[in-house]
Design a protein around this ligand. Sequence first.
Ligand SMILES: Nc1ncnc2c1ncn2[C@@H]1O[C@H](COP(=O)(O)OP(=O)(O)OP(=O)(O)O)[C@@H](O)[C@H]1O
Ligand SMILES: [Mg+2]
Length: 268
Amino acid sequence: MHIMHPIYILKLGGSSITEKHSNEFIVNQKVLAETARAISHSMKKKNFCLIVVHGAGPFGHRLVKQYKIEDRVLTEEQVRGFVRTHKSVADLNNIVLNSFIEHNIDAFSIQPSACIIQKNKKIEKFDLEIIKELLSKKIVPILYGDMVVDVSLGASVISGDTIVTYLAKKLKATKVFFGTNVDGIYNKDPNRYKDAKLIRNITYHNIDDVLNYVSGSLAIDVTKGMKGKLSEIANNLKGIECYIFKLSEENLKALLEDKTIDCTKIFL
Ligand SMILES: Nc1ncnc2c1ncn2[C@@H]1O[C@H](COP(=O)(O)OP(=O)(O)OP(=O)(O)O)[C@@H](O)[C@H]1O
Ligand SMILES: [Mg+2]
């Protein structure tokens, strides 16, 4: 099997593809359509392999909180929460997949819970064979934040960000793009402070400072919001170019075609 390089990995943040702040089960169809248009356009123009991973927004975070299944899944009620959360994120995934197929992208959903097992909230096994085969056929695998079997805790959450960093490392991705609802990482939460300033570059010189002042999410988020995202990157993606940006058609096209935009670039 031959996988063509470069490999790009794109995260569609729950903050951008759902109405995360309202905490309602509402999909942002406009952003999804813009995303699909940008991917379809850029894949025709340039040669690269793409993996898409999307977040859950309320479709995951809200149910995990409601059923109190952040730390373990033992009771009957927690098991009910586990299966319902899993169903809920799969429903969201189907909506994402539909939008991609409508825009003629050869996309293929991979259910994370069918190829990942965790132990104490950490990936224990992740079967990559199918993903590699799909990439070699220039198909776009779509994965997502999910709830998976956990051999110590019954079941646990795996965030889209964790899937992204794992795949980027194992498959030696060239670039990783995190689309969110803000332009990147600021010196303080831009949704709380009007005078927050965008940090355009993060390197080993300033990563520790930035990790200290970045915070979670204003919305309900069980995977630690922006702070969780940045720590995942810092711990796993040394030597890989990462971008955190506001998801829009224009921004995504530019990044996929190796142009610069106003965002945060992280290279450690
Ligand atoms: N210093 C900061 N700079 C930028 N955003 C910040 C900062 N501190 C906190 N945030 C918050 O982080 C949020 C983005 O993280 P969040 O986890 O909500 O998005 P996501 O990863 O796209 O969603 P999901 O986890 O559902 O996939 C922003 O909406 C913002 O309010
Ligand atoms: Mg998040």
